[in-house]
Design a protein around this ligand. Structure first.
Ligand SMILES: Cc1cc2nc3c(=O)[nH]c(=O)nc-3n(C[C@H](O)[C@H](O)[C@H](O)COP(=O)(O)OP(=O)(O)OC[C@H]3O[C@@H](n4cnc5c(N)ncnc54)[C@H](O)[C@@H]3O)c2cc1C
Length: 444
């Protein structure tokens, strides 16, 4: 009999397992994968994600093999803003969510999943977790009231626990077994293609938007750089007809400088891609079960937060389950606390922000004006970056009462940028799919 069984042993599962084991609980984590192994991900970990890794005690291990940076450059239709997530905003967020701001770091990195997930698994084992890899759960055991009381593996073994935690990803077995519906689904999302290049010097990450396309470059493990491009799902089929050609064509449309850099570099791996990043939420908990990470919610990765949010959920869920199983409070009160933090207005507003961005509409004049106004105001650039990656509430930065945005002098000076020349013609041009010729050829 375990206190907790966790199904899935990556960012959500290995982390929640380690937190619970450190509280002295008896924990079994199972995963059908073997480690080290990869999952489809562009693996950015923003400063709050890095801070969660620090709180788990693995930041130094990640940093030893992965370049870390604090500054990031965000470029919208040529308007470049360079900044970092302020430490104070990070501290506020950790105090609000966890009543504890220890282990904060303002660094971010892009760590390959076969590196990160293995570090997390080993850490969970060190914390006292019993870990079974290559173990597929094929049944949930429930008592006559429907309370989940254990698991049955494909190999026929049966294990019982006070709680079963589903950390088993988007296609969650636990959600299917319990018949949990998705809700607040947002089907409009981006497609994304990326690969790994050598010959590009280690540098701050760059994130570009131009019209309906996006591009990012980030230094990752083994001296390589991950280069990613994305666009609206309506263009995915056309893009897919010639991934390599359209990848370079997209880079050229977004940033000639970045396209030149990549053209001179050497591609070290195949292209990876996804066409499906539709967003959803699921119920968080019920009798004998809890969901964390992608099993509970997913949203488009145009802001690259799945890992960071999985690590956050793992800590929040472990705090709640730990209080309940440790006898500090009853199950309902503990789980209501977890739900209140995960379903706050701030979380809902961020979900909406990402789902709207994921539609990849061309940048409007007022949006460009905002980015132009921000130039030269480092504190507001930093606050914008913190907002974009969910460290500060979107409702505060984009609130009309943010008087800074209404400053006439700033608005006047913002007009001095090439992004505003021929705005209307450019806006219309950006609506058109730049990849249709290739799609037409492929279907002939
Ligand atoms: C294209 C793409 C790009 C992304 N880029 C980023 C990014 O840049 N930054 C970022 O933070 N996030 C990114 N994400 C999101 C991120 O990858 C996920 O949010 C994260 O992996 C969620 O972690 P998890 O532990 O919840 O689930 P997963 O990582 O999916 O792990 C689930 C585990 O459960 C196991 N499992 C499932 N069913 C069973 C079963 N029946 N029995 C046993 N084991 C089982 C699986 O083997 C798997 O190992 C991206 C996602 C996609 C699709």
């Amino acid at each position: 009999m375990y206190n907790a069984i966790v199904i899935g042993g990556r960012c959500a599962g290995a982390a929640v397992g380690a937190h619970l084991a450190r509280r002295g609980l008896r924990v079994l984590v199972v995963d059908r994968s073997r480690f080290p192994s990869d999952v489809l991900s562009t693996h950015f970990v923003w400063p709050h994600g890095a801070s969660y890794l620090n709180r788990l005690g693995v930041l130094d291990q990640v940093r030893a093999v992965t370049p870390a940076h604090t500054r990031v450059t965000v470029v919208n239709n040529g308007i470049a803003l360079r900044g970092s997530v302020p430490e104070e905003l990070l501290r506020n967020q950790f105090r609000l969510l966890h009543d504890d701001d220890s282990g904060i770091t303002t660094e971010y990195f892009s760590v390959r999943r076969h590196v990160l997930d293995k570090i997390l698994v080993d850490n969970a084992v060190r914390a006292g977790v019993e870990f079974r890899e290559g173990y597929t759960v094929k049944e949930l055991l429930q008592d006559e009231d429907g309370t989940v009381i254990g698991i049955k593996g494909r190999d026929g073994t049966v294990e019982r626990a006070q709680v079963v935690i589903g950390a088993d990803g988007r296609n969650s077995f636990v959600a299917r077994a319990l018949g949990l519906e998705k809700f607040d689904e947002r089907p409009r999302c981006t497609f994304a293609y990326w690969s790994y290049f050598s010959g590009i010097p280690d540098a701050d990450a760059q994130i570009h938007r131009r019209g309906r396309l996006g591009m990012a470059m980030a230094s990752t493990n083994n001296g390589q750089t991950m280069v990613l491009t994305w666009g609206p799902s309506e263009w995915a089929e056309a893009f897919r007809a010639d991934v390599e050609g359209n990848f370079h064509r997209a880079l050229g449309l977004i940033s000639e400088e970045a396209a030149d850099t990549v053209a001179r570099a050497r591609r070290e791996e195949r292209f990876y891609g996804t066409l499906d990043q539709a967003a959803y939420l699921r119920r968080l908990h019920g009798p004998g079960w809890v969901l964390v990470g992608d099993a509970e919610s997913f949203k488009d990765q145009c802001t690259a937060l799945g890992i960071t949010h999985a690590l956050r959920d793992a800590e929040l869920a472990a705090e709640a389950v730990g209080r309940w199983l440790g006898g500090e409070t009853d199950r309902d009160t503990a789980m209501a606390g977890y739900a209140a933090k995960r379903r706050s207005q701030t979380a809902a507003a961020y979900y909406d922000y990402v789902c709207t961005l994921a539609e990849m509409k061309p940048l409007r004049h007022d949006e460009l004006q905002l980015f132009a106004i921000l130039r030269g105001n480092q504190a507001e650039i930093d606050r914008f970056i913190a907002t974009h990656v969910d460290v500060a509430p979107v409702s505060e930065f984009f609130d009309p009462s943010n008087v800074f945005l209404l400053n006439d002098t700033a608005k006047e000076s913002s007009r001095d940028h090439s992004a505003f020349a021929d705005f209307e013609a450019t806006y219309r041009e950006h609506q058109r799919n730049p990849f249709p010729r290739v799609a037409a050829e492929a279907t002939r």
